[in-house]
Design a protein around this ligand. Structure first.
Ligand code: ADP
Length: 481
């Protein structure tokens, strides 16, 4: 193989990987009987490692029921005067279960017309077969276009062209003769680079067909003559227009949301800060002392504005977390320090409510590699809820270790959460109905923000509760990063 593909391949073992990068290369050297698979093909076939294999080892992964068929198709392809094409659908025994693969190949000859190797691709079609599509339609029409071209980029053969491309007319021509050069510019550039730089490339390219952009995952490999010189290249291409466009639409929607959020942030937050500033001045008697009756109104303005400010901040944090724009700032922190800081920040609120606030830690907790500031915020969020939804009794923060996780339990003796609400409390804007006794309600964003933050830190939040007895929300954080 001539080096690794240019961009890392998505994992073909996942539905998304199989969708965007469904195939790998193989090459069967007819002179020494050895088979070489690139890393993608090995992953599809479940043979770890790298390097060449014997044909027998390659055959050993084929399902026993499909072996005779695979052998017959190979013999047919190699027969003197045969088609020179190899195409078969077969099952592969992989450690994680059987897979369906489609293998397509083409014989290459040397200058004397002697067959020297069979080169082709293997495609994982398990997801197509599993998707309940009728099996025949899944295996008859491959979506992959395989083509061979010379150093002048002229096609020498095209296998399985898609409907946008007239295969029979293509042989002997270059893409930029078959279509306006600018509409195939990225494809031509990829092919040119493969030949000129003598290296294997993988890229998603845009091709304009009938005025519309289409996207293809294209893998290109140079081919070498007996002297080692590049004599042409093969490409395997699969159309990925739908996933590329849907990913782009999702990205654009997320960017539009972010723009809206930053607009909200500027247009609402800034004037609010101004209002708060003026209210503070009035309260402090600037420019003149105001009567006590009027001061009461000023304090209400302060409370309302402070609440709105907090809500906007929470909305912005939620939007940023959802858009994946938050990055943790990892440092080394002692779990007990983080817990102590969070407790100190809610101490006043707990005292105002007449609640007993406790911290329980054990000795010898290992340090965490995490974003300490965010962990404190998250714990303040959980502790704030515990205080808000507890009439009397205690709120406890208990820190302990189990296995590879550090656990922060926030335990209260409050109103509790009904069992059928336990999976709802993490949904944005969800709040328990007033009938549950949660008279002091927030905006329903606290827990979604907490959960997203926990996940950002590779952790999670678990909840257990009994109505009327209290709740326990537990933050799990991994001890190793
Ligand atoms: P809010 O701002 O409304 O508190 P959260 O997202 O923080 O929003 O919580 C969502 C809902 O979950 C709350 O409205 C409340 O009904 C419930 N909840 C959260 N924490 C507790 C708790 N410790 N005890 C009882 N109910 C809780």
């Amino acid at each position: 193989m001539n080096g690794e593909p240019q961009s890392p391949a998505p994992d073909s073992g996942t539905p998304e990987g199989a969708r965007l990068d469904p195939f790998g290369w193989w090459e069967y050297d007819l002179r020494n009987g050895r088979v070489e698979w690139d890393p993608r093909a090995r992953r599809i076939l479940g043979i770890p490692g790298s390097g060449v294999l014997t044909l027998d080892r390659a055959r050993s992964v084929i399902h026993p029921d499909d072996l005779a068929l695979a052998d017959a198709v190979l013999a047919e392809a190699l027969k003197p005067g045969g088609s020179g094409h190899y195409s078969v659908q077969k099952r592969i025994n992989r450690a994680d279960g059987d897979r369906w693969v489609r293998t397509i190949g083409h014989i290459q000859h040397d200058e004397d017309g002697e067959p020297v190797r069979l080169i082709g691709i293997v495609e994982d079609i398990t997801y197509a077969v599993d998707a309940d599509r009728p099996f025949e339609s899944a295996i008859t029409g491959s979506d992959i276009i395989l083509a061979h071209y010379d150093t002048d980029l002229r096609y020498t053969w095209v296998y399985n062209a898609d409907p946008h491309f007239e295969a029979h007319a293509a042989v002997g021509h270059r893409d930029d003769e078959l279509a306006p050069p600018e509409s195939v510019a990225e494809l031509t550039a990829l092919k040119r680079e493969t030949i000129d730089q003598d290296r294997e490339l993988s890229r998603v390219v845009e091709v304009i067909v009938a005025g519309e952009p289409r996207y293809y995952t294209v893998h290109a490999r140079p081919l070498h003559g007996p002297s080692g010189a590049v004599v042409g290249a093969v490409t395997a291409a699969a159309e990925v227009t739908e996933p590329v466009l849907s990913e782009r639409a999702a990205r654009e929607a997320s960017e539009a949301k972010s723009r809206l959020m930053s607009l909200v942030s500027h247009e609402l937050r800034t004037p609010l800060a101004g209002i708060l500033g003026h209210a503070d001045l009035l309260e402090q008697g600037v420019p003149v002392e105001i009567p006590e009756e009027a001061l009461e109104h000023v304090r209400r303005i302060q409370t309302g504005v402070t609440h709105m400010h907090a809500l906007i901040d929470e909305l912005l944090t939620f939007a940023r977390l959802e858009a994946g724009r938050e990055r943790p700032e990892v440092n080394t922190v002692a779990p007990a320090d983080v817990a102590r800081e969070a407790i100190s920040l809610v101490d006043g609120a707990a005292r105002e409510e007449g609640l007993d606030l406790r911290l329980e830690t054990v000795d010898g907790l290992p340090d965490l590699r995490t974003d300490g500031r965010r962990v404190v915020q998250l714990l303040v969020n959980l502790l704030g809820n515990a205080i808000k939804y507890t009439e009397d009794g205690a709120v406890t923060l208990r820190v302990e270790r189990t296995g590879e996780h550090c656990l922060f339990h926030v335990i209260d003796t409050g109103i509790g959460i009904a069992e059928d609400h336990l999976d709802k409390i993490f949904e944005p804007f969800w709040r328990a109905p007033r009938s549950d006794g949660s008279g002091r309600r927030g905006n329903g964003l606290g827990l979604p923000v907490a959960l997203q933050t926990a996940r950002l830190l590779n952790g999670d939040i678990e909840v257990s509760s009994r109505v009327g007895e209290g709740s326990r929300l537990t933050l799990h954080l991994p001890l190793t990063d």
